[in-house]
Structures are given as C-alpha cells and as structure tokens.
Design a protein around this ligand. Structure first.
Ligand SMILES: [Zn+2]
Length: 439
C-alpha cells in the first residue's frame, strides 16, 4: 500500500467517523451531549421518537380496544334483540300449543260421541236384523195359518158338499131309522151342530191367520221404527264425522303453525349462536389488545425510564458560591460531635432561589425536623439530589422538573444555624460527594 492510498483511507475513516458522530448528534443530541461524561449510562432507555411511537401505539391499541368493545356491545344488543324475538315467538308458540291441547280435548269428546253413535248404530243394526228374522218367522206363521185355514176350508167344503148331496137320503135315513121323534130331532140337531162346529172351526182358523198377520204387521212396524232410528243415527254419525274431519284439519293447521314456530325459533337460536361466536371472537380480540397494551405499556415504561444523562449540574444556589460547610467529616455545628457532613452548604440569603440541578422527577417535597423544608429529585440512573432548610417549596412530589427550574427558596428551617442551602447527592442509595457533579 502506498503512502497516498493510506492517506486516502485514513481520511475516509476520519470523515466516516465525523459523519457518524454528527449523525448521532443530530439524532440523539441530549444523549450525545453527556455521553462521554458518564460511563454508567444505561442504554435501555428509548429515544423520544421511540417513546412517541410507543405512546402512539398505545393510543391506537386503546382506540382499537374501544372499537372492539363498541362492536361487542352492538353484537350483544343485536343478540338481545334476537333473544327477545325468540321470547315472543316462544310465547306465541305456547299459545298455539295450549290451543291445540284444547282442540285435542274437544277432538276426544267428538271421538267419544262418534264412538257412541257407532255403537248405537251397531246395536240398532242387530235389532233390525233380529226384527227381520222375526218378520220372516211371522211370515211363515201367517203362511202356515193360511195353509191350515185353506186346508180346513177345503175339508169342510168337501164335507158340506157331501152332506148336501147326501142330505136327502140322510134325512130319509134319519126319518126311517130314527127310533123316536126325539132320536130324530137329536140326530137332525147333530147335523146342524156339525155344521156349526165347522163354521166355528173356520172362524178360528181365520182368526189365527188374522192374528199372525197382526203379529207380522207389528214386527214390521217395529222394524220401520228401527230403520227410522237408524237413519237418525246415521245423520248423527255423519255430523260427528264432519266435526271430526273439521277438527282434524284445524289441528293439522295448528300443528303446522307450531312447526313453523319451531323452525323460526331454531333459526333465531342459530343466529344467537352466531352472535355468541362473534362476541367470543370480540372477547378474544379485546383480550389480545389488552395483552398488547400491557406489553406496549411495559415497553413504554422501559423506554421512558429516566436515565441520568451525566454532565455538570446546574449550580443550585445561583450567584452564591461561598461554601459555609463542605462535604466530608467535620464537627457538627450544633451537635458538637465529629460526624460525616453528607452535603455541601451554600451560604445564601433567605428567599434566594433554589434551582433543580438537573432534569428529573420530584420524589419528595416535604418537611422534617432535621432537614426542614426539603426536596428530593430523582434524575434517573439511581442519582437523587437533596435540597434542605428551604424557607418555601415551589414543587410537589411527582412533578417533572428541568435543570435550572426554580424549586424553592433558601431558608434556615430544620436543624440549621443560618440561611443556607444544604445540597446533597445520593447515588445507588448512598450520599456521595456533590463536587463530582458540580465541577
Ligand atoms: Zn449541610
């Protein structure tokens, strides 16, 4: 490598370094300003743009969560609406179910009536059959009686004819053969009696025929009544059957209605399940957002963690540089014993300003018997400044202050011999020499 090339390379490196340093200064001026002063600086804290980004992310996450919550409550309200619809459908369905129950009861009554009519019809049919059988029997009896009468009539006719033909000889016979007048009369009388007997017999047979006819007629009349009754019963049966058919139709229609209600309720319940799923999704989303917010807040807390940038403190008692009592072992002015003086006493008139030595958070602004009115400021990196014996305090705990902000006024409160500012510095929990930070 030639000397010229080496020079070019060296120049390049220097230019590159300067460029990097400048870039760093432009990008991170506050960090860079004290960077070489404090080797203990923690680099876990973020830049302001990182912090702003995180804050923005948290805002966005919170907005997303809010949106998810709104969506969730909209879904919940939609679901409640559907559930209300289900409730009214259920009520309407219950009404129809109740109505169908009354229809079923009515149907049972109709069926009972129909069964009773059918039973009556069966019984009546048997009676009609029996009547018909009786009529057949009666007809046979009539025929028989008629037959008997006809036969007898024929016999008598023959007998009368014979007697008539034989009458002359008979009478002659009787006259001739009769032993006496009485005998003659008796025998003539007998003939007449025979005639009467035949007459009587014919009348009796005629009567029998008449009675058989009457019995048959009575049976026919009874059958006619039964048939009339049958017609009435059949009318009733038809009526009951019609009622039953109508009722069946009505019940079928109502059952179809119930089916429709069930289908509607089923579909609404499906909607509810869909809502529940969507709400569960929203819940999951909200939970995820909350987890993200937690993470982002943790990241923000980490990024925002105050880090003492190092560098020289602002002189906390401006214009008053006389040290009335320095840091270190000394005889205590009021107690008279050798002890450690853990700060620097700056002599200053009462009421003169006390300034914050560096940027920080006020962690105490209070009063104690020994420190009087005192202030403690946390500057990060475990560095805390302490200001004692103030006549008044201008800040309160939790307040953010910048270097040079007036935080109180010099005084002589607490264990003090005259107006001064006792200024102490604590690092990692112990007092250290303030001069390390003041020069
Ligand atoms: Zn002191």
């Amino acid at each position: 490598m030639t000397k010229g090339k080496r020079l070019i390379k060296k120049t390049c490196v220097i230019v590159l370094c300067i460029s990097l340093c400048m870039a760093q200064f432009i990008l991170f001026p506050s960090v860079n300003a004290y960077a070489d002063e404090d080797t203990e600086e923690k680099d876990s804290s973020g830049t302001s743009s990182e912090i702003d980004d995180l804050k923005k992310q948290i805002e966005e996450s919170k907005a997303a969560k809010e949106k998810a919550n709104v969506t969730k409550s909209q879904l919940a309200s939609g679901m409640a609406d559907v559930q209300q619809v289900i409730g009214s459908l259920q009520t309407e369905k219950d009404n129809v179910v109740t109505y169908v129950a009354t229809l079923d009861a009515a149907m049972e009554q109709i069926q009972d009536d129909l069964d009773a009519v059918n039973q009556s019809i069966s019984e009546n049919e048997i009676q009609i059959k029996e009547a018909e059988e009786s009529i057949v029997v009666a007809e046979e009896a009539v025929e028989e009686a008629e037959q008997v009468r006809l036969e007898e009539y024929e016999n008598i006719k023959k007998q009368v004819k014979f007697m008539y033909l034989a009458a002359k000889t008979t009478f002659l016979d009787i006259l001739v053969t009769s032993s006496s007048m009485t005998d003659l009369l008796n025998r003539a009388h007998n003939i007449s009696e025979i005639m009467d007997y035949d007459k009587e017999k014919l009348a009796k047979y005629a009567k029998a025929v008449e009675q058989a006819d009457e019995a048959k007629a009575a049976l026919e009349e009874n059958k006619a009544l039964l048939e009339e009754k049958q017609e009435e019963l059949e009318e009733k049966q038809e009526e009951a059957q019609n009622k039953k058919d109508d009722m069946s139709l009505l019940i079928s229609a109502k059952e179809a209605e119930i089916g429709e209600y069930n289908a509607a309720i089923g579909s609404k319940e499906e909607q509810v399940r869909e809502y529940q799923q969507m709400i569960a999704q929203q819940d999951a989303e909200i939970a995820a957002i909350e987890a993200a917010i937690k993470q982002q807040q943790a990241a923000l807390a980490e990024a925002s963690r105050r880090v003492y940038g190092g560098g020289q403190f602002v002189w906390p008692a401006p214009g008053y540089t006389r040290i009335s009592d320095d840091y270190g072992m000394r005889t205590h002015p009021t107690l008279g014993v050798k002890m450690m003086h853990n700060g620097v006493d700056m002599a200053a008139p009462s009421g003169s300003p006390i300034l914050a030595a560096a940027d920080g958070t006020v962690i105490a602004a209070s009063y104690s018997g020994s420190m009087g009115n005192y202030i403690m400021i946390d500057h990060g990196s475990d560095i805390i400044t302490v200001y004692m014996h103030a006549s008044s305090l201008n800040v309160s705990a939790g307040q953010e202050v910048s270097a040079g902000d007036r935080i109180g006024s010099v005084g002589s409160t607490g264990r003090s011999t005259g107006p001064h500012l006792h200024f102490g510095v604590r690092k990692n929990g112990s007092y250290v020499n303030p001069w390390s930070y003041l020069k």
